[in-house]
Design a protein around this ligand. Structure first.
Ligand code: FAD
Length: 391
């Protein structure tokens, strides 16, 4: 009788109360029964499983930390657990959900008016409306803080937006897209809720992605799009307000990396206990055990780190550098874990049907989005030295 496969070696789940544990198990079950059977099919085809949207709506977990507006008002720890549970099955689905729940709903919740929250958040919680978050541009990625070239200008008819946004997750089918643009008058970054039917808005699907293939990323073009003043986010007055949203979602991405690593570890351990070479399970070989234990060590370090990260967040003490350090550490370690998982599976490690190849590819996108390793490193570097090394 082999011991059960347990990716939560230090039993972080023990720290959850009964209601949170029950929710964790519910999400795990949902991901295993509703999502897992679909992901390889859609990943291969570079398509999104739209049939899942109403099911996610029934779960009612989007905007999980939001207080009011039909949202669950649960802890940041629970938001992290949710990201981990989703990514453990599929990082694309976790990303789709993170864009909706963290980036889009989070922007409206932290920068929007009460009317905007009333209009969008309850419907987004039920997934009746889908959101996207448009910050990155074709020529401006890491340097978004000072470099945005998408512009906005206030006129008698409303705000006129011009520019392009690249990589925008969910943008090809979103009902609303949060657009970050520089005001031609005061030169500050402002945020807007752009409705999908706005004249002058167009979006093209980015094809040929080799990671997170289920996520539909778009290249957006805005040509003299007019957005009414009521759709400007009134509490988004500079890039600092954008960064406040990103600090929260970066913590979620660190948890997502943990989930991706967990998924790979579970598959690898299971495989190596079953696969036989030289007449014995390969898990009985010392060199294979070395890989497995290294994977588990990194995974356990990541889990304890993100648990404390969420405690800080729940205590209202999360700083940019806390979120950045966790994002860098976890996305780096995840890259190692998924590659060791692939290694111990031999040739089968590159077959989609064994899942690990998908985790390997997806870890690359997690590594680069929401701030690359370099950018998040520089955020921590600036905090500990008091010196900015960005330029
Ligand atoms: P660049 O900024 O061009 O960077 C290239 C390299 O140069 C990186 O290694 C970077 O770290 C390094 N570099 C840059 N500046 C410095 C410096 N000062 N010092 C040292 N090294 C530096 N964006 C959105 O707005 N919304 C989304 O929904 C969204 N979803 C995404 C989904 C996916 C799958 C991907 C891949 C990206 C997504 N992005 C999204 C964009 C993402 O946030 C950017 O890709 C990321 O910020 C990096 O920007 P870049 O790709 O333009 O790389």
């Amino acid at each position: 009788e082999l011991p059960p496969i347990n990716p939560d070696f230090y039993e972080i789940s023990d720290r959850l109360n009964a209601a949170d544990s029950a929710l964790q198990l519910r999400v795990r079950q949902f991901m295993e029964t509703e999502v897992k059977p679909l992901v390889n099919h859609y990943w291969l085809r570079d398509e999104f499983p739209f049939e899942l949207i109403p099911k996610f709506g029934e779960l009612g977990l989007a905007g999980i930390t939001i207080n009011g507006y039909g949202c669950p008002n649960r802890s940041f720890l629970m938001e992290g657990i949710l990201a981990m549970e989703m990514a453990r099955v599929d990082a694309s689905i976790a990303t789709f959900f993170g864009v909706q729940s963290g980036l889009a709903m989070g922007s409206i919740y932290s920068c929007g008016s009460d009317e905007q929250k009333q209009e969008w958040l309850p419907a987004m919680n039920k997934m009746e409306k889908i959101g996207a978050f448009g910050l990155t541009e074709p020529e401006v990625g890491s340097g978004a803080a000072g470099g945005l070239t998408t512009t906005c200008k206030q006129t008698a008819d409303g705000w006129v937006l011009n520019g392009q946004k690249k990589w925008i997750g969910n943008a090809t089918f979103a009902d609303l897209i949060i657009i970050w643009a520089r005001d031609l008058d005061d030169h500050q970054v402002k945020g807007f809720i752009l409705r999908k039917d706005t004249p002058g808005f167009s979006v093209e699907k980015i094809k040929g992605k080799m990671a997170l293939r289920i996520v539909q990323n778009g290249l957006i073009t805005l040509t003299d799009c007019v957005v009414e003043e009521k759709d400007r986010l009134p509490h988004a007055n500079s890039f600092k307000d954008t960064a406040n949203v990103l600090r929260m979602t970066r913590a979620g991405v660190a948890w997502m990396a943990v989930g991706c690593a967990q998924g790979a570890y579970i598959s690898a351990l299971d495989y190596t206990r079953k696969r036989k070479q030289f007449g014995k399970p390969i898990a009985s070989f010392q060199l294979i055990q070395n890989h497995l234990v290294e994977m588990l060590s990194n995974l356990t370090a990541m889990q304890t780190l993100v648990y404390r990260l969420s405690e800080l967040q729940d205590a209202g003490k999360l700083k940019d550098e806390h979120a950045s350090l966790a994002k860098v550490f976890c996305s780096l370690r995840t890259r190692d874990i998924v590659s060791q998982a692939r290694e111990v599976m031999g040739g089968n490690g590159i077959l989609l049907e064994h899942d690990v190849a998908r985790f390997v590819a997806d870890a690359e996108a997690i590594y680069s989005y929401e701030g690359t390793k370099e950018i998040n490193t520089l955020i921590v570097g600036r905090a500990i030295t008091g010196m900015s090394a960005f330029v």
